[in-house]
Design a protein around this ligand. Structure first.
Ligand code: RM4
Ligand code: MN
Ligand code: MN
Length: 397
């Protein structure tokens, strides 16, 4: 399809021009479940390899200029590793994206990090967050994304209320160290690894903590971190309304935090979330919402899964952009239920792949990034180069 032939041309160009998504460094590394890990020859085991893989995804899709970093896995020496990361940024044309403190792997964090009853352990955790903020400053990266594994496994074994207070203190202190253009994103998750209570279990708790921490703290929604049947787009609507939505970790789920590829189980859900975001943008000032992928590719090829995810996200974004929101508002106002629903679903059912392909070609990108990845031989080459080396396995999931 030629772009000019399409009535949706302007809309599609505008929508795809405005869409970018961050890839996670850990999506390129070997991960698995607690029952086993199946290593892949092409998996990245160094920060350099992660940047190289992120650059390949960006070369094919053109919309992933940043890579999220996990401090413990990617900058094990903290700020001392910043120079190497900055050099990799220049070499690969990929910027460091969100900085993720790791508060869940040290032995001391057995009973919590920022919420640990031991004040010395809390101090250690806070100082890791402050280091992460410093890393973000030096790399010029805007967001520090905080996820805690803190919680408890058995009723009565911890004071949930005391832990709220410790958390508020820690987040206020962290917020005090932010530069004016830095943000603190607070992620929530109802369970795992703690199975009785989690210290930041839902968006209400994250919202409260963000407000307490200060004006540059926001809520981070990970689509996999919700109970079954929870209406995530309604949460998004509330967070947009209250000005507290900071970003997303996109993935898909069937049962819990499965970290499956975006749209693989329920693409309609992502479409509904995108519709809320696009409605808010057309009704008011643009919201600074960071789109990030948070997935664990245990069985699929890592780069292939990442490219597939980015392409799927673009397609769902484009579908949501095609919703005629002015007409929808009229139908909502008159409570014309079936017409409203058909208009909404009609956009979802539209095959936008030709439009997306035309947009890519227009920008000198491969029309079909997945096919281009297969034809390009990158995965075979790195599999050959990296496969002979002992592969490390990232311990999460
Ligand atoms: C958690 C959470 C965090 C991610 C870790 C690896 O479940 O989603 O965002 O950094 O996994
Ligand atoms: Mn996440
Ligand atoms: Mn998760």
């Amino acid at each position: 399809m030629k772009l000019s032939e399409s009535a949706s041309y302007d809309l599609a160009v505008q929508a795809l021009d405005s869409f970018q998504i961050e890839v996670p460094s850990w999506g390129f590394a070997n991960t698995g479940t607690r029952f086993g890990k199946f290593v892949q020859a092409a998996a990245a085991s160094t920060i350099e390899e992660k940047f190289a893989d992120a650059a390949e995804v960006n070369r094919l899709t053109g919309v992933t200029p940043t890579v999220a970093l996990h401090v413990l896995w990617d900058l094990p020496n903290g700020v001392d590793d910043v120079a190497e990361v900055a050099q990799l940024e220049r070499r690969f044309g990929i910027r460091a994206g969100s900085i993720n403190p790791n508060l869940f792997q040290d032995q001391e964090y057995k009973f919590g990090s920022l919420c640990n009853p031991d004040s010395e352990i809390r101090r250690k955790a806070v100082s890791h967050v402050l280091d992460s903020i410093e890393i973000g400053k030096r790399l010029g990266s805007r967001d520090v994304s905080l996820w805690l594994a803190d919680g408890s496994n058995y009723p009565g074994t911890q004071s949930m209320r005391k832990r709220i207070g410790w958390l508020e203190d820690a987040l206020r202190e962290a917020h005090d160290h932010l530069l004016p253009d830095q943000r603190l994103l607070i992620e929530y998750k109802p369970f795992e690894p703690a199975f009785y209570h989690t210290d930041i279990a839902d968006w209400g708790m994250s919202s409260h903590l963000a407000r307490q921490a200060g004006p540059r703290a926001r809520v981070l929604v990970d689509t996999g971190h919700h109970y079954s049947a929870q209406n995530i787009e309604q949460i998004v609507a509330w967070l947009l309304h209250t000005g507290l939505l900071g970003g997303f970790h996109f993935n898909d789920r069937r049962y819990a935090d499965d970290d499956l590829t975006l749209g693989s189980i329920d693409p309609y859900q992502i479409f509904r979330i995108f519709h809320e975001l696009l409605s808010a943008d057309t009704e008011g000032p643009p919201h600074e919402v960071a789109f990030m992928i948070d997935q664990s590719h245990n069985l699929k090829g890592k780069i292939e899964a990442t490219v597939q995810t980015v392409v799927t996200a673009q397609e769902l974004w484009l579908k949501a952009a095609l919703v005629d929101r002015r007409q929808l508002a009229v139908l909502q106002q008159s409570c014309d239920l079936v017409a409203a629903e058909e208009l909404f679903r009609g956009a979802f059912w539209t095959d936008v792949r030709p439009l997306a392909a035309a947009w890519r070609q227009h920008r000198g990108l491969p029309a079909d990034p997945l096919a281009a990845l297969r034809d390009g031989g990158y995965v075979e080459r790195i599999g050959f180069e990296r496969g002979s080396r002992h592969s490390t396995v990232t311990s999460y999931a």
